[in-house]
Design a protein around this ligand. Structure first.
Ligand code: SF4
Ligand SMILES: [Zn+2]
Length: 109
């Protein structure tokens, strides 16, 4: 792992292995990983960048499924898509309606 510190391919190595999503055990990107979590890092290495998602098209149901398959949090667009799908699934009963004006007047009288 200490030999990794000078490796020019750290980010590519990280992108190729995607340790967290794959529950990786071993050495990748100048770090020792156990079950997808960093257990040790080589001295003086840069923090790892955020990798672009492989979830697919964000803002669509396949993007939502992609994030869930990869075990990553939903991005902003996919969160909105997932919320809309939940509301649709819950049906019209979940939408609160205002009491009709006639009923409100009758109860006030
Ligand atoms: S494990 Fe990755 S970072 Fe380490 S030397 Fe090999 S390619 Fe480079
Ligand atoms: Zn997304």
């Amino acid at each position: 792992m200490e030999g990794c510190a000078a490796c020019p391919f750290i980010v590519r190595c990280y992108d190729r292995v995607r340790p967290a999503a794959n529950h990786f055990d071993g050495v990748c990107a100048a770090r020792l990983w156990v079950n997808g979590k960093v257990a040790a890092s080589a001295e003086g290495v840069e923090p790892l960048p955020k990798l672009p998602t492989q979830a697919g098209t964000c803002g669509t149901s396949s993007g939502v499924k992609g994030h869930r398959r990869l075990g990553e949090p939903l991005c902003g667009e996919c969160r909105v898509t997932a919320q809309r799908a939940d509301v649709r699934r819950a049906g019209a009963a979940s939408i609160r309606k205002r009491a009709s004006r006639g009923k409100a007047l009758a109860s006030a009288a």
